[in-house]
Design a protein around this ligand. Structure first.
Ligand code: 5MM
Length: 334
């Protein structure tokens, strides 16, 4: 059996983080549309190539979360992407959920799909080079009404079931219960929802004996809703986020990674930096790092615009952002 705890620890190694390059075909299409590129299997391959074959990314990245399509694609020089990452000493991972569907009795809330055939899908993913996996649940806030207890519980149960199957297949699970930024709620409401959701996730994890030492938690930061008209200072974000996570993430979990969730690259960088500083000051038992998609890729994408001639400049912009984000991280881990 593979040492899942060691793999989890490698993912949160000092001064390194994760690139979430796991946008589904639909989301990748939206990202490509922002720079005027039509979405086809080949343009999505070029989009992945832009980031995955950037020289020196191994200095900043411990792992990359891939989408199923990318796991089977290759670089310009014909090297399968998982192999290309392994050559750079970067762990390849795979998003294994199959997106969301509306809950039967709540048109505004969703549950994440993909458990039915998950067991059969995991062995081939591992054979293709994946060493870890990710499953995203979406938790929506609407005033005091949402999220419903039912949506939290159903998503938590599915996250735990997924995590157990991944571990049994020799793959580290990253459990991502994303609390959405959209809405006019306060930062403190987000903090409460993060706590309630994480408590439900760990209760479900413990119910079926998932190994907490061999999983990673991916979380939102505690921010005011994007329609609240309020921009939190990095110190406010750090206070609320660290307090929430300390209250509900058990000490034997090796790592906590953040999603950027629609924050600008600078916001996601500055907020992470403040979180890291506070976490070091107050002491947290797990390692912390980033697992960003938009905050790492969006600036580079707008330089690239699908043109070969822009690849070099776009890669320079990507590296610049990686340097800024990893500068926020401490030199040592737990
Ligand atoms: C929340 O999305 C995750 C992190 O991305 P950001 O840093 O941009 O918030 C990301 O890993 C996400 O799960 C993937 O992009 C897949 O999303 P879709 O919607 O395509 O399943």
């Amino acid at each position: 059996m593979y040492d899942l705890h060691e793999i989890a620890l490698s993912l949160v190694a000092p001064k390194k983080g994760l690139l979430a390059a796991d946008e589904s075909i639909k989301t990748a299409g939206k990202r490509l549309a922002t720079c005027g590129v039509e979405s086809t299997a080949e343009t999505r391959r070029q989009y992945r190539e832009l980031f995955l074959d950037t020289p020196s990314i191994e200095k900043y990245l411990s792992g990359v979360i891939l989408f199923e399509e990318t796991l089977k694609q290759s670089s310009d020089s014909g090297v399968p992407f998982p192999e290309l990452l392994e050559q750079k000493d970067i762990l390849p991972g795979i998003k294994v959920d199959q997106g969301t569907e509306p809950m039967s009795d709540s048109s505004k809330e969703t549950v994440t799909k993909g458990l039915l055939d998950l067991e059969e899908r995991l062995a081939p993913y591992r054979a293709s080079g994946a060493r870890f996996t990710k499953w995203r649940a979406v938790i929506r806030i609407d005033g005091d009404t949402l999220p419903s207890a039912k949506a939290i519980m159903e998503n938590a149960k599915r996250l735990a079931s997924y995590a157990l199957m991944a571990q049994q297949s020799g793959l580290v699970p990253i459990l991502e219960p994303e609390v959405l930024l959209e809405g006019n709620h306060s930062r403190l409401r987000t903090k409460d929802v993060i706590e309630t959701t994480m408590n439900a996730v760990f209760s479900a994890v413990d119910d079926i004996a998932v190994d907490r030492t061999a999983l990673i938690i991916k979380t939102s930061m505690a921010l005011s809703g994007s329609d609240s008209g309020r921009t939190d200072t990095p110190e406010e974000v750090a206070d609320s986020t660290v307090e929430a996570l300390k209250a509900c993430i058990p000490a034997d979990v090796p790592g906590v990674v953040f999603l950027s969730g629609g924050q600008s690259p600078d916001q996601a960088t500055n907020n992470l930096s403040a979180i890291m500083k506070l976490a070091q000051k107050v002491g947290v038992p797990w390692n912390i790092t980033f697992s960003y998609a938009r905050a790492l890729q969006s600036e580079s994408l707008s330089v690239w615009k699908g043109e070969k001639d822009n690849v070099q400049n776009a890669r320079a912009v990507f590296l610049e952002r990686l340097v800024k984000v990893t500068d926020a991280l401490p030199d040592v881990t737990k």
